[in-house]
Structure formats: structure tokens, C-alpha cells
Design a protein around this ligand. Structure first.
Ligand SMILES: [Zn+2]
Ligand SMILES: [Zn+2]
Length: 419
């Protein structure tokens, strides 16, 4: 029987990879420019890291985690998100002893047991950035500024920044009670999941897609009306710094983010490209996560970008695939050896070159060069060889020239790399 990939697990093939590499390279370049360093975390962690960090009463922990028992009887989980692991690493390696401020980014796959759909996989990729150790609202704005700068740099247009404040551990409980009281009167309208959420985590009802739940919550009290003075001051500063950074934003009081650990600033970026509305990314501040995981009191803020979604929004007219600079079409045994010698030199000089391994006719080699979309073809023919020449054909302009065999490498380098 033919073995196939598991449902929800996706191959990224060579004709797609250029986009992924472009997005990853752009993220590295921009984030490092903002003073961030890359961190790599394990794919698997102890289950309690996520149940404690993300919160028991969330969809992720309740029904989406890939959890299994290993041979020693430990409960392990494939990471469903990056923040909890990065926090764990920061605490475990005491990164704060070097500098209390840590700016970290991460790129890699996450795993959630969700219903697979087009563009949504059980193994999916995220770009993640976190700042630990800064309470100053300046850093909230700076992180958002970096995010928007990155999204524009990869070519996204028509972006809308939405922000909200979710309050803190002092003021949110009061809001939660108010919301609960409000929704209890409408509980007959709520779906089965939300009936349960009403008791465990009523804020999650904002994220429910069921229409009657959306109606029930339409004129619910807003968290912004319940935040304490400290939270209000923080939020005002964030808005001020965003404006100073030249960013427009809208307030979205219904954005509460799915995870328990968010406090104060929450943000989302929505793309209005091609007439449709897509939440591209979101994030926020989480000043309690550290205490929940490891006991230290460290503020944090960050965001995660879903790469599949981002890549689907990249400009359609941009070329991401790297095609060969040169195809060497060699005819005959002796020329084939010359081609082999030459191509090794070219590769060492950073020229993407390809040749024919099968001794095919010139016509069929030219066909292959065309299919590979090579920029140039170098023809090493019997006749030309006798005259110490080779033919270089520009595949786009269809023009060709004879170039001397001696000094072939330098001539090609000049033509190709300075083109
Ligand atoms: Zn507060
Ligand atoms: Zn619902």
C-alpha cells in the first residue's frame, strides 16, 4: 500500500518554497534590525507547560493539543504555540541574569488537532516575537511598529491595526462578573460550548462563530469601560506612542484574544486585500504568564503570525522562485567533461548552473533549459570547440554571442553576476 502524509500535515514543495524563504529572511532581517535575537525551542514539552501557561479553559488546551504519553509515562505535548516554551527557556536558562530585557523571535511549526481545511493544517507555521522584562508602554508600540513594518515589507497592503485593552488581574475579574451577569440573562441563546464558557471563561464567547452567540454578545459591556486607572494610563500611552510612530489604528472593544494569559494591550492586524477580510496576525501583553509558569514576575509582550495565511496574501505578481542562471548544453564526451569541470567552478562562485547528465541531443537539452527557465544557455559544441569558442545564448532576448573558451569562467561571471 502506498504510504501518504497524515491528514492535516502538509508538504511544502520546491515551487512554493521561495515564498517561505522570502518571508523568513525578511522576518530575520527586520526583527534583528529591531534588536531581536532568534531562539529555537523544542517541538515537544511537558503537557503542564501549556495547560498552566495557556489556561485550562481554552479551546487549545481542551481539545486541540497533540498530547501523548511517552515510554516513561510522562504526558508530553507537541507545542501548540511558542510563547509558553520561550518563557520556559528564558526562566530555565536564566537569560534575565545577562539582561533583564530579552527580545526574542522564533520561526517554526506548531501542532493543533483542528479540523483540517483548505489552508489550515494540523502542522502549521508561525513567526513569533516576544519582549520580556519591559512594562513601559513604549515597547508595546515598538513591537506593533515592527510587526507592521514587516508586513508591509513582504508586500501586504490595506492593513488595519486594531487595538484593545484587556485590563489586568485587578480589574478584569470585575468585568468578567459583569459580562457573566449580562450573558446569563441571554444564556438560552448560547451554543453548548458557550454555555460552558459562561461558567469557565466567559470572555471566550466573543470568539464564538455561532450566529446566536454573536447576537447575544453584540451589546455586552465593554472591557475598556472597566479597566483600572493604571491600565487606562498604560493604554493611553500605547496610543500616544503608536501615533508618534505614524501608525493609524482603530479601537476594537470586542477583540479579547483567545488565550487566558493576555493582559492590557491586545492587537490584531486585519488585511483587506482583494476584497476579503483576513486577520493576519495578533498578539498582546501578558504580564502574568511568567508567574503562572515559573514564579518570577516578568512582564511580556509579543505576537504570532500564521505563515500559511501570510503567504496566501503575498503579492501575486512577484517572482519568488530562483531559476538557474545558466544551463550548459554540452555535446559529446569531451565537452561533457568540460561542462562538468566548468559547472563545479561556477557553483563555487555562486552561479546557479545546471547541465545535462544523459548525453541528449542539443534540441532536447535546449528544451530542458527552457523548462528550468534558465537565464542563459552555454553551448559547448564539437565545431565551436575546435575553434576554441563556446556559444552563450540569452534565453530572454534570444541573442547569442561566441565567447573564447579560455577565461570562460571570468566571462560568465561578468555576464551573469553583473547582469
Ligand atoms: Zn487594571
Ligand atoms: Zn457559542
Amino acid at each position: 500500500m502506498e504510504i501518504k502524509a497524515i491528514r492535516g500535515f502538509n508538504d511544502i514543495l520546491p515551487d512554493e518554497i521561495g515564498k517561505w524563504q522570502f518571508v523568513e529572511e525578511t522576518a530575520r532581517e527586520i526583527f534583528e534590525g529591531f534588536g531581536f535575537s532568534e531562539i529555537r525551542i523544542p517541538v515537544i514539552e511537558r503537557t503542564e507547560l501549556f495547560s498552566r501557561g495557556i489556561g485550562e479553559a481554552t479551546d487549545i488546551v481542551e481539545k486541540e493539543m497533540y498530547t501523548f504519553t511517552d515510554r516513561s509515562g510522562h504526558s508530553l505535548t507537541l507545542r501548540p504555540e511558542a510563547t509558553a516554551s520561550i518563557v520556559r527557556a528564558y526562566l530555565e536558562h536564566q537569560i534575565y541574569t545577562f539582561d533583564p530585557v530579552a527580545k526574542l523571535y522564533f520561526i517554526g511549526p506548531m501542532f493543533r488537532y483542528e479540523r483540517p481545511q483548505k489552508g489550515r493544517y494540523r502542522q502549521f507555521y508561525q513567526i513569533d516575537a516576544e519582549v520580556f522584562g519591559v512594562e513601559n508602554p513604549m515597547v508595546d508600540a515598538e513591537v506593533v511598529l515592527m510587526l507592521i513594518h514587516f508586513l508591509k515589507k513582504v508586500g501586504l497592503e490595506n492593513l488595519e491595526l486594531q487595538i484593545n485593552s484587556l485590563g489586568c488581574r485587578n480589574c478584569r475579574p470585575r468585568y468578567r462578573e459583569e459580562l457573566k451577569k449580562f450573558l446569563e440573562k441571554k444564556s438560552f441563546q448560547l451554543c453548548e460550548d458557550c454555555q460552558r464558557r459562561l461558567q469557565t471563561n466567559p470572555l471566550r464567547i466573543f470568539d464564538c462563530k455561532v450566529e446566536t452567540c454573536q447576537e447575544a454578545i453584540a451589546d455586552a459591556p465593554k472591557v475598556m469601560d472597566f479597566i483600572c486607572d493604571e491600565c487606562q494610563k498604560h493604554f493611553d500611552k500605547v496610543k500616544e506612542y503608536l501615533k508618534m510612530g505614524g501608525l493609524d489604528f482603530i479601537l476594537n472593544p470586542r477583540m479579547v484574544r483567545g488565550l487566558d494569559y493576555y493582559t492590557r494591550t491586545a492587537f490584531e492586524v486585519v488585511s483587506y486585500q482583494l476584497g476579503s477580510q483576513n486577520a493576519v496576525t495578533g498578539g498582546g501583553r501578558y504580564d502574568n504568564l511568567f508567574k503562572d509558569i515559573g514564579g518570577l514576575d516578568v512582564p511580556g509582550i509579543g505576537f504570532a503570525i500564521g505563515m500559511e495565511r501570510l503567504i496566501s496574501l503575498l503579492p501575486k505578481d512577484k517572482e519568488f522562485t530562483q531559476y538557474p542562471h545558466l544551463f550548459i548544453a554540452a555535446l559529446g564526451e569531451e565537452n561533457s567533461k568540460k561542462a562538468y569541470e566548468l559547472i563545479n567552478q561556477l557553483h563555487l562562485h555562486g552561479i546557479r548552473a545546471e547541465l545535462d547528465y544523459e548525453g541528449k541531443s542539443l534540441k532536447s537539452q535546449m528544451r530542458r533549459a527552457n523548462k528550468l527557465r534558465a537565464q542563459y544557455v552555454l553551448i559547448l559544441g564539437e565545431e565551436e570547440l575546435r575553434r576554441g569558442k563556446a556559444v552563450l545564448r540569452n534565453m530572454e532576448s534570444k541573442s547569442q554571442e561566441e565567447i573564447p573558451m579560455r577565461d570562460l569562467l571570468n566571462t560568465l561571471k561578468t555576464r551573469i553576476l553583473h547582469d
